[in-house]
Design a protein around this ligand. Structure first.
Ligand code: ADP
Ligand code: MG
Length: 283
């Protein structure tokens, strides 16, 4: 410890000594009762620092309350992030836009502001495997959480399996409410697994419930034209798309799989440009 720091600690120790142990106890009790836990942990340090820096009363109060609000906000974001059940947590800042030039960076930045949620718009991300659909959906989900919204992430397969099971147990209404309650619902991987007629029907019910009320982010490796096959029924697929696309932004990613980035570099596989430009084609 430097001499200056050592002397600061010694002089700073004085004011804390000025507050009697009984007073510190009482203050600690008040803070616990008010659930101001961060301030409780930092009480002595805060008092010492305020005395050492001779902080004006208002500044001291601002510091204490500011730290408490920051701690509560961080805790709340961490809690809602855990509740969202993301497959991984990757902020938008970790997305390499240079690798995926078909993505309009400005459009993504606008979506990152989460205004689409206020407007009740859906975001649909289409593209072949590995181009970053899930990554972007998670990143936008994290932005929505930062903006204060409750978010839930599910794959289409998990969502449909959950609704089908609930239907069999006469608990469909309860489960539909689980998926309609979060302000933003992310449904990942539409099109990877075939959906049976009942599954398509249940999915349609959920989409209808959220229609014009709860925005969604959906990802698919299949173009809209192929959704008739995905849902095994052209009529249901049209009804689903009709509601989804009424207020929606669609991102069509055409590019190479990021998973294959290293392999492409090494020339072990051919680039996407040499194969297909339509979403849905495996590389
Ligand atoms: P998709 O859902 O389209 O199949 P993912 O989002 O799962 O693809 O991406 C596959 C992996 O590559 C993930 O680990 C993801 O974080 C990473 N990834 C994809 N695209 C990018 C990118 N442009 N920048 C950084 N990481 C990326
Ligand atoms: Mg994915």
């Amino acid at each position: 410890m430097s001499r200056a720091a050592a002397s600061a600690t010694t002089s700073a120790a004085l004011p804390a000594a000025m507050s009697s142990p009984a007073q510190l106890d009482r203050l600690g009790g008040h803070l616990r009762k008010l659930r101001l836990l961060k301030s409780g942990e930092r009480l002595e340090a805060l008092l010492q620092e305020a005395a050492a820096r001779e902080l004006p009363y208002a500044e001291f109060l601002e510091q204490v309350l500011g730290e408490e609000v920051a701690a509560k906000t961080a805790k709340n974001i961490a809690m809602r992030t855990a509740m969202a059940r993301f497959p991984f947590v990757k902020p938008l800042e970790t997305f390499d836009f240079a690798y995926q030039p078909s993505i309009d960076r400005k459009q993504l930045q606008q979506l990152a502001s989460s205004h689409y949620i206020e407007h009740g718009d859906n975001v649909i991300i289409l593209g072949p495997p590995g181009v970053g659909k899930t990554h972007l959906a998670v990143s936008l989900g994290l932005k929505a959480i930062e903006a204060g919204y409750r978010v839930m992430f599910s794959t289409a397969a998990h969502l449909i399996a959950t609704l089908t099971k609930a239907h069999g147990e006469n608990r469909l209404e309860e489960k539909l409410r689980v998926f309609t309650a979060p302000r933003l619902l992310i449904i990942d991987e539409i099109g990877y697994l075939p959906i049976d007629r009942q599954g398509a029907n249940l999915f349609f019910q959920l989409i209808s419930r959220r229609y014009e009320r709860g925005p969604m982010i959906l990802t698919s490796n299949q173009s809209f034209g192929a959704w008739g096959e995905v849902f095994g029924d052209r009529v249901i697929a049209t009804a689903i798309l009709d509601r989804l696309l009424h207020h929606a932004v669609t991102l069509n990613i055409r590019g190479n799989s990021y998973r294959l980035k290293e392999k492409l570099k090494a020339g072990l596989v051919r680039s996407h440009d040499e194969t297909t430009t339509e979403p849905g084609g495996e590389i």
